[in-house]
Structure formats: structure tokens, C-alpha cells
Design a protein around this ligand. Structure first.
Ligand SMILES: [Zn+2]
Length: 265
């Protein structure tokens, strides 16, 4: 998993660096960041290793000491669908250690409906898969929280549209989908797009010609900015049904990550 502190340390080993003081500071300085949990793995007797999506640092792995032995220590903050301010300190040679976790926002509505919960879990899995080896931005983090907010208010039968919209917004950040109808492959404006085998959404006219088996992209969707409004608040012309949504999510995520069998299936 991507860890900015470890990465900068390995790229910048010791005194040979032109800015040695700064890199030492980065290694020892305590950090704070807004984040959400994307994975939880039990570690040793009492600890948890958490995968966190942080607002400014992307995906990181941290150890939450005594998170399993003491319920009071982090008080339900380290569950899914909670945004919290986290403090980290560098562990001695290992993963960063979670030193504090102050809840900022809960999304209890997601937990109260099984359909919403299922879609929410697929969202977290998609975030984890798509950002494993990719950089992340504060805007992308904000979109994940917005997706949680939309999901809480979603009509359960339309909840799949929030998942699709979040995956599209992450794909847009990675330069994989058309923006304002402009094909990311050839730069021309088009209205007909399809998902290529590497997860790019390309124009059918120039980039995916011929009888190549590609999944058609919903008409009207390319002109729309993902996460600009709640797609699950009411029917709109671009909206595919649940089966098509999941097919698109699957094609986008597996194309980008190169691995089959992830979120949305
Ligand atoms: Zn094109």
C-alpha cells in the first residue's frame, strides 16, 4: 500500500539528499489528517492494522495499538463510514502509529439499510483498488465523503448510481474518462463512448472502431461531471439500470487495476 513517508524515505536516503533536514523532519514529525478506514486487519494480540484513505496523503497503512483490547480507546471511530481527524507518529522502523482519532462525521444512514450498506462496501473496495498504486488528491477524498452523503440519502433501488458516479469521478481524476464530451484518447468531442479493455472510456468513432467487444458507455453520461449532484435522487436520462451500472463499474475498475474480481461484481 502507498505510504508517502516511506516512499519519500526510500527515494531520499539520508545525508546525500540536497535537503537532508527536511527529509529528517518528515520522518519524525507527527502528522494530522482527515481520513476514513478502507481496511481493517487484526494484528498481534490487541492491535489493528488499518488501511486509511487520508485527505492529503492518499492511502496509508497504520497500526492502531490496543484498538481491539480497549473499546474505549478509539470509541467506534475506526469503523467504516466514519470521517475522523487522525494523528500519526512514526513507529520505530515499522508502520506509522495512530496516536489519536477524533470523529468529524458519521454516516449512520448507510448502516441502517442493507442495500445501502452493500453499495457502500463496494465503494470502499473500489477506492482501495483504484488508489492502491495511484496518487490521490484532497478533491478526490472530498468526493468520497460526498458519495457517502449521497448514499445516505439515496433511494435504495438507485444506490448503484452513487457507486458508478464515484468510480467515474476517480477515473476522471486518473484521466480515464471523457470530460465535457472530450475523448481522453484522441482529444476529439464525441457523444458515443465505450469502455476499453484497459478501463479507459474512449470514443467509438476514432479510438474503438470496428467489431471490438467494448462495453457501451451510457449516452449523455460523458457530458456530465461526476458527483456534481446526487445521481440517486431521481431518474435522469443518462442513468443505466443496476445490472448495467455494475457491469460498467466492473469494467472500469478491472480495466484500470488489471485485476478481475473486484468491486461491483
Ligand atoms: Zn477518441
Amino acid at each position: 500500500m502507498y505510504c508517502p513517508a516511506t516512499e519519500s524515505a526510500s527515494r531520499n536516503p539520508g545525508a546525500a539528499s540536497p535537503t537532508p533536514k527536511r527529509s529528517v523532519d518528515e520522518l519524525t514529525e507527527d502528522r494530522k489528517d482527515l481520513c476514513i478506514v478502507v481496511s481493517r486487519v487484526p494484528y498481534q494480540e490487541n492491535d489493528l492494522v488499518l488501511g486509511l484513505l487520508t485527505r492529503t496523503g492518499g492511502l496509508v497503512s497504520v497500526v492502531a495499538r490496543s484498538a481491539r483490547s480497549s473499546r474505549r480507546r478509539f470509541q467506534g471511530v475506526l469503523d467504516l463510514f466514519v470521517a475522523f481527524d487522525a494523528g500519526f507518529s512514526r513507529g520505530r522502523g515499522g508502520l506509522p502509529v495512530l496516536t489519536m482519532a477524533e470523529p468529524v462525521r458519521f454516516f449512520p444512514g448507510i448502516l441502517e439499510n442493507l442495500d445501502l450498506l452493500e453499495v457502500g462496501q463496494s465503494m470502499i473496495q473500489a477506492v482501495r483498488d483504484l488508489l492502491r498504486d495511484a496518487p490521490s488528491s484532497p478533491a478526490l477524498f472530498d468526493n468520497v465523503l460526498l458519495a457517502f452523503e449521497y448514499l445516505e440519502k439515496a433511494e435504495p433501488s438507485l444506490a448503484h448510481l452513487v457507486l458508478l458516479d464515484l468510480v467515474l469521478s476517480i477515473s476522471a481524476e486518473l484521466g480515464q474518462v471523457p470530460e465535457d464530451g472530450v475523448c481522453p484518447g484522441c482529444g476529439r468531442i464525441s457523444t458515443r463512448f465505450a469502455v476499453s479493455t484497459d478501463g479507459q472510456v474512449l470514443c467509438v468513432e476514432h479510438c474503438l472502431p470496428g467489431p471490438v467487444p467494448a462495453i457501451p458507455f451510457p449516452e449523455g453520461c460523458a457530458a456530465r461531471k461526476p458527483m456534481s449532484d446526487n445521481p440517486a435522487s431521481g431518474p435522469a436520462p443518462w442513468q443505466p439500470d443496476r445490472e448495467r451500472s455494475m457491469e460498467l463499474v466492473s469494467a472500469l475498475v478491472s480495466g484500470i487495476t488489471g485485476f478481475p474480481g473486484h468491486a461491483g461484481r
